[in-house]
Design a protein around this ligand. Structure first.
Ligand SMILES: Nc1ncnc2c1ncn2[C@@H]1O[C@H](COP(=O)(O)OP(=O)(O)O)[C@@H](O)[C@H]1O
Ligand SMILES: [Mg+2]
Length: 349
């Protein structure tokens, strides 16, 4: 086909395509490929636009063997690199390069690798401790009842830490699984909150904290999954107890919200407020990431896994609600959950 006939066909394609003639000059290109390689491609030697040796080698080999292949190409304009998978294929006597953006797919792969690395690291720390103590109990501390008791105490703490981590991982995967299924039960929020607070009473008094409940919307029913909502509020109130002030006061408020802007229709807001040291602003947006902690040493010390808020976020998404964290260093933290009251409402997109 002549260049005049083929150019409009290539130009009409939505995918980035570059056609290279036998003389290694670009015969045709389109806007999509110009966005990657820059303007003025046609008529020029293709190597002036693609300077990456892997691509140049793939073009040469394809021409010699007349066998199509794939090669990676890294786009370097803009703040971040863009990774493309380039199909190098014979098109008559020409060679067609088709670019496919792989950045998102690679990011998912990277996230999965990071997650596995994080989980392994979190499990390895208590395991190393356990193995060390087992060795000591088998040797030096074998006949020292005092040391034995102390070590067994630490070993049980470490084993409990692993159990919590595995429990949270399982919860997270369950929650992710049914995120698209709307909860159908009707839940009495006031009752649910007071039972969560009651269950956390021992933990609160051990930390010298008080937890008060203020209900401004008595008898509020929301469509929800009671078990999951218990998980949400246990986590938030536990965080307020753990990361709030020593001897501090935690308040849980349930209030009606007529037409909360981001939720279509009537909603309720539940605020968990503490008067602890607060969270520096730059951390706030990242707190719902898995394993993200402001101070991981402190979190581990108080038995945290770093997965709590990630679980909360998924559950609230499933309920078509919203999570809002507001904090000022020195002035405590307010974590709000907004939940739609009626079945049809939810986050406006
Ligand atoms: N009320 C709070 N005050 C201060 N920091 C908080 C509060 N709630 C959460 N955080 C911070 O957010 C991090 C993540 O919380 P979370 O996901 O529940 O994990 P965990 O409690 O297991 O560490 C905590 O480690 C802590 O640094
Ligand atoms: Mg937590």
């Amino acid at each position: 086909m002549t260049a005049e006939r083929i150019a409009p066909v290539i130009a009409a394609l939505p995918v980035p395509v570059l056609l290279i003639g036998q003389d290694d000059r670009v015969r045709a290109s389109n806007d999509a490929v110009t966005a990657i390689l820059g303007p003025n491609l046609v008529g020029n030697h293709y190597i002036t636009a693609i300077r990456q040796p892997a691509v140049i080698a793939a073009v040469a080999e394809t021409r010699m063997q007349r066998i199509s292949r794939h090669v990676r190409f890294t786009g370097r304009d803009g703040a971040n690199d863009t990774i493309y998978r380039v199909a190098v294929a014979m098109a008559g006597d020409d060679i067609a390069l088709t670019f496919e953006d792989q950045t998102a797919a690679e990011a998912v792969g990277q996230m999965r690798r990071d997650f596995v690395a994080n989980v392994s690291h979190e499990l390895r720390t208590p395991l190393t401790a356990l193995l060390g103590f087992i060795e000591t109990l088998n040797g030096a501390a074998r006949d020292d009842p005092e040391a034995r008791d102390r070590f067994l105490g630490i070993m049980s703490d470490e084993a409990n830490r692993m159990t919590r981590l595995v429990d949270d991982l399982l919860s997270l995967s369950r929650v992710e699984e049914d995120e698209r299924v709307r909860p159908r039960e009707q839940v009495d929020l006031g009752g649910l909150l007071s039972s969560v607070i009651k269950a956390l009473e021992p933990q609160a008094s051990a930390a010298g904290n008080t937890v008060a409940l203020e209900i401004e919307a008595a008898g509020t029913m929301v469509p929800g999954d009671a078990g999951q909502l218990v998980q949400v509020f246990s986590n938030l109130i536990e965080n307020a107890i753990k990361y709030g002030a020593q001897g501090g006061a935690v308040t849980v408020t349930l209030k009606p919200r007529k037409m909360y802007p981001r939720l279509r229709g009537e909603a309720v807001q539940i605020i968990v407020a503490d008067n602890g040291e607060g969270i520096p602003t730059h951390h706030i947006a990242r707190l719902t990431e898995r394993f993200y902690r402001v101070d991981s040493h402190r979190s581990r010390e108080v038995g945290g896994t770093g997965l709590g808020l990630a679980i909360v976020k998924h559950i609230i998404n499933r309920h078509r609600g919203r999570l809002l964290i507001e904090s000022e260093v020195g002035n405590g933290t307010n974590v709000s959950i907004f939940l739609p009251i009626s079945q049809g409402a939810g986050v406006a997109s």
